[in-house]
Design a protein around this ligand. Structure first.
Ligand SMILES: [Zn+2]
Length: 435
């Protein structure tokens, strides 16, 4: 079978739009009658008045900050964001809290199953099948993506091996011991496992991993290709978040990602005004409404993810809309000496041209009146001294070309930069702290 849901994945555009509009009205009506937050926020907006997809643009966006604020009231810990009686909550998850106080996300059994179904679409699209033995090299704690991947793999008929409570070496031995042939991991940790395996004298390609789905961090194409080379496997990306769920995934064509329609209504809006839908090929902010989850209703959630709007057609035959590329988080974009800078560009350059660089960190600080940007890089310890010097010079040149900014490049001793299993924090803007 080519698709997880052959009916939904090949519906004509008009039918998809019709279903999404009708589901949008239903979830809006549910939110307004069951969540204190939306009762107050959307006073005066009636679901019956939403007759077209354009009418949706009249409804205000939902921001993460509002969710935090409304979680301070009763019932603890979900407060006014809860869309069902608290007795019906069966699953607690939360955001990682990297940008402040975490948001707590309640799921009922029904809404959790909805999330798993969405993930089945994502994994099936990435070629996961019942013959796969899926290894998850993490303790997933309260973070949602790997739990979703875990249960969706099961639902697909794969065999799932949780890899928590082991260190990286232990996980490498486990992959070999049980002959895992698929993995779910962050891109950073995928690279780290490969680096560690090589140090142990093991070629990561000898694991015979066939499929890898990455989660947790934005992944530049160069990083995805690097993982494919290291493991000799197919690597796929997806995009999502704890609050809205994963909402787009990559198919085997590996050209952008399919929005999981009609589970979500996704708008890609002009980033200045947050009002108009952008044209195909343009960058916009993804605004997402999950259409079937009642426990934690979200109406027009501003994901703060910048994406390039793609087309609807794809060689895989799916008719769902696509995003061409994920540009990064709007929170990560910075003005440095008047130049708009995204840390993703640096990762792209390093993974594409500097395979000897094993880890890196970008630091922006203010010295006097000047913004200074530095790259701290750690290279393969086998590299001779003069090659390290050459890498340093090449890094400064390539980064200047790619970003229009002059970097101070500092070569760090092996093992001095932090390694990450979950979300990597390679970008530090110290200017805020210095104010
Ligand atoms: Zn496709």
């Amino acid at each position: 079978m080519k698709y997880w849901n052959p009916y939904l994945e090949t519906l004509p555009k008009e039918t998809l739009c019709k279903i999404e509009l009708s589901h949008f009205r239903n979830i809006l009506s549910h939110a307004k009658t069951h969540s204190v937050f939306y009762q107050q926020k959307l006073k005066g907006i009636e679901p019956e008045a939403i007759a077209t997809l354009d009418d949706i643009k009249k409804i205000p966006l939902t921001d993460k900050e509002e969710l935090r604020k409304y979680q301070e009231i009763d019932p603890f810990p979900y407060g006014g964001t809860l869309g069902i009686p608290i007795e019906n909550v069966t699953t607690f998850r939360q955001t990682s809290g990297t940008t402040g106080k975490p948001v707590y996300v309640p799921e009922s059994y029904e809404s959790w199953q909805w999330r798993i179904e969405v993930w089945c679409h994502i994994l099936y699209m990435a070629g996961f099948r019942p013959h796969h033995r899926v290894f998850l090299p993490f303790g997933y704690n309260v973070y949602v993506a790997f739990w979703e991947g875990h249960y969706a793999s099961e639902k697909l008929g794969c065999e799932v091996i949780p890899g928590g409570a082991l260190d990286t070496k232990g996980r490498i031995h486990k992959i070999i011991e049980i002959k895992a042939n698929a993995m779910l991991n962050t891109p950073t940790y995928g690279l780290h496992i490969a680096e560690e395996a090589k140090k142990m004298g093991i070629d990561p390609a000898s694991f015979k991993i066939d499929r890898m789905l990455c989660a947790g961090e934005p992944m530049p194409t160069a990083t995805r290709k690097r993982l494919e080379e290291l493991y000799h496997c197919h690597v796929f990306d997806h995009i999502g978040g704890t609050e809205p769920c994963a909402w787009a995934g990559m198919c085997e064509a590996k050209e952008g990602m399919h929005i999981i329609e009609p589970f979500f209504l996704v708008e890609i809006l002009d980033r200045e005004t947050l009002q108009k839908e952008v044209e195909e090929g343009d960058i916009g902010v993804a605004v997402v409404t999950p259409l079937g989850r009642r426990s934690f209703p979200l109406i027009r959630f501003d994901t703060k993810d910048l994406v390039v709007k793609g087309k609807r057609s794809c060689s895989c035959g799916r008719t769902t809309r696509k995003i061409k590329e994920v540009v990064g988080r709007i929170d990560d974009l910075r003005k440095i000496r008047g130049v708009l800078f995204s840390p993703k560009t640096v990762e792209e350059v390093i993974r594409q041209q500097f395979q000897e660089v094993e880890e890196f960190e970008i630091v922006v600080e203010r010295r006097g009146l000047m913004d200074v940007i530095s790259l701290r890089a750690e290279v393969d310890p086998q590299l001779p001294l003069e090659s390290i010097e050459q890498t340093k010079v090449r890094l400064a040149e390539s980064l200047k070309i790619a970003t229009n900014l002059s970097f101070i490049v500092i070569m760090e001793p092996p093992g001095s930069l932090p390694r990450y299993t979950l979300k990597a924090k390679r970008f530090k803007d110290l200017r805020e702290e210095m104010k």
